[in-house]
Design a protein around this ligand. Structure first.
Ligand code: SF4
Ligand code: SF4
Length: 357
């Protein structure tokens, strides 16, 4: 009898075990070690001796049905019929015999996919939704990813870097996804422009006032209609008022820029988290290829590749050489915008992973 389809669940993620490769399910939590036989391939060996090979291919994340079907057909024909999307939009295929690895890679490559993204490579850029899903983006994160990864394809395919490099982009300044070794984030530089005719009909004014992190929004009556006003001296151009009140438009073709931050890293068993720092601001948000932002990312990667020691992540490298030398080596200008002199920062910025209430 056909399996009953899963009912939609509105919260939480689906059960990952249901579609997991049987050998992975069998050995869950029981792997002894893993090796990296070649770029884009992982070999996992379980305590009981079971072995599984993972082949990783890049996708552009937002996929058309034809491409998805092609990938699934490759998975059915050359792998064991199971695939797994990673956080960075790579697609992983699984085989249990070594001799099936190369035919799988050949099938992927001959269909135009790129295999790599493991160990000390630059893996795919993780990115947020952009125009397709979200209502507040100031740029299209997926477009930035495609344009940049086209230029970093050799770094994806090969083990060129001192350690792995995780790059992220996010498409608004609220940043639901902009933390990594290198992060490309939107930077608004002008306060929102208010369409007073629409505010009364569209916006819940108390929630918009409460939304502003620096209390720059006040209720106001404009042309006899209830509206809002912004104290532009206080406004830090974060864009937080735009989602609950679209008539407070902050996106602007000229004044919404990109900024690049480096050195973010999660904590792990051996080290504390490190927080990213701004290294380039005011970069043109320049679709469709974002050449200015891409050139800066390439410059940082080139310097990291030449100067870092083996196994140093970008944050380790900068910590060792110091920020002054980082700016010297990369040739990026150090400006007044790099100095965080906001007095409230000490009280509001989390400097550890402890949860605060
Ligand atoms: S980064 Fe901002 S605009 Fe992009 S998906 Fe997240 S919340 Fe939406
Ligand atoms: S952009 Fe940010 S700081 Fe400025 S008014 Fe809106 S919420 Fe407040």
């Amino acid at each position: 009898m056909a399996e009953t389809p899963r009912l939609p669940i509105e919260s939480g993620c689906p059960d990952g075990f249901r579609n997991m490769h049987p050998m992975m399910r069998k050995n869950y939590g029981n792997w002894a070690y893993h090796e990296d036989p070649q770029p884009g391939v992982l070999k996992h060996v379980a305590h009981g001796g079971d072995t599984i090979y993972t082949v990783k291919a890049a996708t552009q994340r937002i996929l058309d049905v034809f491409t998805l079907r092609t990938l699934c057909d490759i998975g059915d024909e050359y792998a064991d019929g199971h695939v797994h999307f990673t956080l960075r939009s790579n697609l992983e295929f699984f085989v249990t015999e070594e001799e099936r690895v190369q035919p799988l890679i050949d099938a992927l490559v001959s269909n135009g996919f790129v295999v790599g993204g493991t160990k000390n490579s630059v893996t795919s850029i993780s990115h947020t939704q952009g125009w397709l899903h979200c209502d507040i983006p100031g740029t299209d994160a997926s477009g930035v990813v495609k344009a940049m990864m086209d230029e970093l394809i050799d770094e994806f395919k090969n083990w060129n870097m001192p350690n792995r490099v995780h790059i992220t982009t996010s498409c608004c300044q609220i940043n639901c996804g902009g933390q990594g070794d290198i992060a490309i984030n939107v930077q608004h530089t002008k306060p929102p422009k208010i369409n007073h005719d629409l505010v009364a009909n569209v916006c819940e004014r108390p929630s918009v006032v409460a939304r502003c992190p620096v209390a720059a929004i006040r209720p106001a009556v404009v042309n006899g209609k209830p509206s809002l006003e912004v104290d532009e001296k206080k406004c830090i151009c974060c864009g937080a008022c735009y989602p609950p009140c679209p008539p407070m438009q902050i996106n602007d073709a000229e004044h919404s820029k990109l900024a690049i931050w480096v050195g973010g890293n999660h904590s792990n068993a051996r080290g504390k988290p490190s927080f990213q720092k701004l290294v380039a601001a005011g970069i043109p948000n320049n679709p469709p290829r974002w050449p200015e932002a891409t050139a800066i990312v390439k410059k940082i990667l080139k310097t990291y590749k030449e100067d870092a020691k083996d196994w140093e992540r970008i944050n380790d490298w900068i910590e060792r050489i110091g920020w002054t030398r980082f700016f010297d080596l990369t040739g990026l200008p150090f400006t007044k915008f790099h100095i965080d002199n906001w007095r409230g920062a000490r009280n509001s910025l989390n400097a550890s992973t402890h949860i605060r209430f």
